[in-house]
Design a protein around this ligand. Structure first.
Ligand SMILES: C[S@@+](CC[C@H](N)C(=O)[O-])C[C@H]1O[C@@H](n2cnc3c(N)ncnc32)[C@H](O)[C@@H]1O
Length: 214
């Protein structure tokens, strides 16, 4: 299968997952996508900075980012046009939105921007088949002094076994695969692109956070 055909298949799959789910997404995900508010608090953005969320979903994070860090220019893209309908309805003119594939996006073609001061990946890598390429591209889109912030599921090691395996099985139904090698892949990338890496873990290993500083 060509890269374009695979991307089209993945876009169709994400639309299928989220066509109905997007209407209950924000309410339901607040109970299990932990660490997103911490990521937003830690962004340390300043007025005039350009922020990009890769896989912005319903626009929930971009709305909170704009509120927490006034004066930033918010950008988001997603492979799912269904999710983008929710994001556009929520954000209106306050953010620039586009449809794109995280594994091969071109910031200039999508937004007319060369790079971003903050790039956010929130519970997106665990849904992208070629997630290593997506991380690589997101880091490459950082401006000098820019920071990439990623949050995603961790190894869930602090959860009791039945709960851990039930959660993993349930996530798999939504095509979510926790990326347990995220820290080592990010470390390799940091070395290749000359970035500084920070890795943090959420309580009970529920989520992991990666920051890459250019
Ligand atoms: C679990 S949702 C997270 C949405 C949002 N970031 C949040 O924290 O609420 C995952 C999002 O990633 C998007 N996605 C999956 N694969 C993608 C890809 N290859 N390129 C861009 N977006 C993708 C999905 O369409 C979905 O909106």
């Amino acid at each position: 299968m060509t890269g374009t055909a695979a991307a089209q298949d993945h876009a169709a799959l994400m639309d299928k997952v989220y066509r109905g789910q997007r209407h209950i997404y924000d309410f339901t995900r607040k109970y299990y996508l932990f660490g997103r508010d911490r990521l937003i608090r830690d962004l340390d953005a300043a007025p005039g900075m350009a922020v990009l969320e890769v896989g912005c979903g319903t626009g929930r994070n971009l709305e909170l980012i704009a509120g927490a860090w006034p004066g930033v220019a918010c950008h988001g893209f997603d492979i799912s046009t269904e999710m983008l309908k929710s994001a556009a309805a929520r954000l209106g003119e306050s953010a620039r939105l586009a449809q794109g594939d995280a594994t091969r996006f071109d910031s200039n073609a999508l937004f007319g921007c060369e790079g971003f001061d903050r790039v956010v990946l929130s519970y997106t890598l665990s849904m992208i088949p070629g997630w290593q390429a997506a991380l690589n591209q997101a880091a490459a889109a950082l401006n000098p002094d820019g920071v990439l912030h990623a949050v995603d599921f961790g190894d869930l090691s602090g959860l009791p076994f039945p709960l851990r395996s039930a959660l993993r099985a349930w996530l798999a139904k939504f095509h979510v695969s926790p990326r347990l090698d995220l820290p080592s892949v990010a470390a390799r990338l940091a070395e290749e692109q000359g970035l500084r890496l920070e890795v943090k873990c959420g309580p009970l290993g529920y989520y992991q956070m990666v920051r890459l500083y250019r």
